[in-house]
Design a protein around this ligand. Structure first.
Ligand SMILES: [Zn+2]
Length: 199
């Protein structure tokens, strides 16, 4: 195990974060060492607090500090339309467009056989239960237009359409291989409005 020394240990822990290589981890570590103890303590507290006080909503699996989450609990949302997304951050992207007023379902990933991720590793069983128990007219499959995102959308459509529920796909304006996170709200909003029914 690396990192018996405090500095090496922090560099190692930071380098495990996505998108942070060893060089960035080193830069961040020395940046933190230059700060006041108070500031570093408040960062450490924020990390622990966010993790400890955040739960998965028992309805949609989005992260929230309350259960059910604010969106699921809101009387102003349209309960007949459901938008299925890969990650909690995609809910934020969708909400920013201001164009979607239904409910969400967060998969927490996509089907990726090459990485050993099957439907049971995602919240697909919960989604199917939800569709069976509620009066839902349309499911928007808003997984990213990557190969795995596309496969997941098709897989879900084959399960959902026989339940008599319309399935649609957003893709317009977001190039193949793209990640919703990197597109502006106008592009995502347009993709949502121009969604295409899957046949
Ligand atoms: Zn929820």
């Amino acid at each position: 195990m690396k990192g018996h020394q405090p500095i090496e240990n922090l560099i190692y822990e930071l380098s495990r974060l996505p998108g942070i290589g060893r060089k960035s981890a080193q830069r961040l570590t020395y940046y933190l060492l230059d700060q006041d103890l108070e500031d570093v303590e408040s960062l450490a507290k924020a990390l622990v607090r966010a993790k400890r006080d955040t739960k998965k909503c028992s309805v949609c699996s989005n992260y929230s500090d309350q259960d059910p989450c604010e969106i699921c609990a809101s009387p102003r949302r349209d309960r007949n339309i459901l938008c299925v997304v890969e990650h909690p951050k995609d809910v934020v992207t969708m909400e920013k467009t201001g164009k979607f007023h239904g409910l969400y379902h967060v998969l927490h990933g996509v089907i990726a056989p090459q990485r050993g991720v099957g439907p049971m590793e995602l919240t697909i069983p919960e989604l199917l239960n939800r569709l069976g128990e509620n009066d839902i007219d349309e499911v928007i499959l808003a997984t990213n237009p990557t190969r795995d995102g596309q496969t997941t959308a098709l897989y879900l459509a084959t399960l959902i359409q026989p339940m008599g529920i319309k399935c649609s796909r957003i893709s317009h304006g977001i190039p193949v291989g793209g990640d919703m996170e990197y597109y502006d709200t106008l592009t995502v909003g347009t993709a949502l409005e121009n969604r295409v029914e899957m046949k």
